[in-house]
Design a binder for this molecule. Structure first.
Ligand SMILES: *Cc1c(COP(=O)(O)O)cnc(C)c1O
Length: 366
């Protein structure tokens, strides 16, 4: 079986570096809020081309605490509307509702599956105060257009960059476009820890400070609490793992691009639609998502051929029981996407034989 993502093989390539980093933390006797975290934050902010990074416990917290911080700062108020793509992973929507803000689910661009500036514009009301631009599959949403609109209408823009570490438009990376960006370092993401981790990246030093306080019980000084905060911290072990992995991120992205190039050159099957690429160099290929009207048959066929695939995602947020109140919304593009998408194996550790076998299997589907 060709696995969708062989995490064991991926991390095994760095085993000695990871073990060394782990031993360094064990020996330090300091496990939360130390040098590993502050140096990772510095390195990741630099990598993104932004001035601040605040490590938190996971990607969902990065999004949730950023919106919460904007409320504490008086930039958002309960009941404000936040535009979000309807076809996103549930976390983007949970961050909004957790803060008692109102998600406005907007259909994506049917070619890229990402939010367009036109889509945002059409959904604006006088209650719209923010936009969550999700960079799905490793490709940025239309950030130049969305930021122009945001400046025109005084909207806050939060990038959900959980799938797009290192993706860029005109050389400007995810995390450097919006007023803030939430990243996830879940093990399967392009930059993955060996456990849960996440971060906020922003050029707004005040926002970074508020998020850091919120994630530390609302406190800056031990036993003095400025906010009703939470506990959401990126620990030293995970920060040390992430420093090792960050040094290899660009070469992993290059390897992912080779897999994507081979698929795009080799897959030639009239019943399968390849992903649309807005800019070759900008895509970091977290996922390689094809479309097929007979998606379930295709998945079954590929499984029989020894190719593991996944569906990102089988049920859109508005069709989830958790959001039953949105269940009657009509979002045909989103619903078609969820019915037709299939993610092929992609990772930096696929062999040429595996890549060729996937291409052969996909082309053999009829
Ligand atoms: C993975 C992911 C998240 C959440 O990240 P966690 O670290 O699992 O909390 C949020 N948004 C998107 C688009 C994701 O893919």
């Amino acid at each position: 079986m060709i696995s969708f993502l062989d995490l064991k093989k991926l991390n095994a390539a760095y085993a000695s570096e990871l073990e060394e980093a782990c031993a360094r933390v064990i020996d330090s006797g300091w496990y939360i809020g130390g040098q590993e975290l502050s140096s990772f934050e510095r390195e990741f902010a630099d990598y993104c081309g932004a001035s601040n990074c605040v490590g938190v416990a996971n990607g969902l917290d990065a999004l949730t605490l950023t919106l919460r911080a904007w409320k504490e700062m008086g930039r958002l108020r309960e009941g404000d509307e936040v535009i979000v793509p309807a076809n996103t992973y549930i976390a983007s929507v949970l961050a909004i509702t957790e803060n008692r803000l109102v998600p406005v689910l907007v259909e994506p661009d049917p070619a890229t599956f990402n939010l367009s500036a036109a889509g945002v514009r059409a959904a604006l009301t006088e209650k719209t105060k923010a936009v969550i631009a999700v960079h799905l599959y490793g490709q940025l949403a239309d950030m130049p257009g969305i930021m122009d609109l945001a400046h025109e209408r005084d909207l806050l823009v939060l990038e959900d960059a959980a799938q797009s570490h290192g993706a860029s438009i005109d050389g400007q990376k995810a995390g450097a476009w919006g007023h803030a960006a939430g990243f996830s370092f879940y093990p399967g993401k392009n930059l993955g820890a060996l456990g849960d981790a996440g971060a906020l990246v922003t050029n707004d030093a005040e926002l970074a400070k508020v998020v850091r306080g919120l994630g530390n019980y609302g406190s800056y000084k031990k036993y003095e609490n400025q906010y009703q905060g939470v506990n959401s911290r990126l620990d030293e072990i995970q920060a040390a793992m992430l420093k090792v992995k960050l040094a290899h991120l660009d070469s992993e992205i290059a390897a992912r691009r080779q897999v994507a190039d081979a698929y795009r050159a080799g897959i030639n099957n009239a019943s399968i639609q390849l992903p649309a690429v807005a800019d070759e160099q900008a895509h970091v290929w977290h996922l390689f998502v094809v479309r097929c009207e007979r998606r379930d048959e295709l998945q079954k066929f590929l499984t029989e051929q020894g190719v593991q695939t996944l569906i990102h995602y089988p049920i859109p947020p508005h069709k989830q029981q958790a959001y039953a109140a949105y269940g009657s919304l009509s979002l045909p593009t989103t619903e078609t996407i969820h019915r037709e998408v299939l993610s092929l194996p992609i990772s930096p550790v696929m062999s040429d034989d595996e890549i060729a076998a996937v291409v052969r299997a996909v082309n053999a589907f009829s």
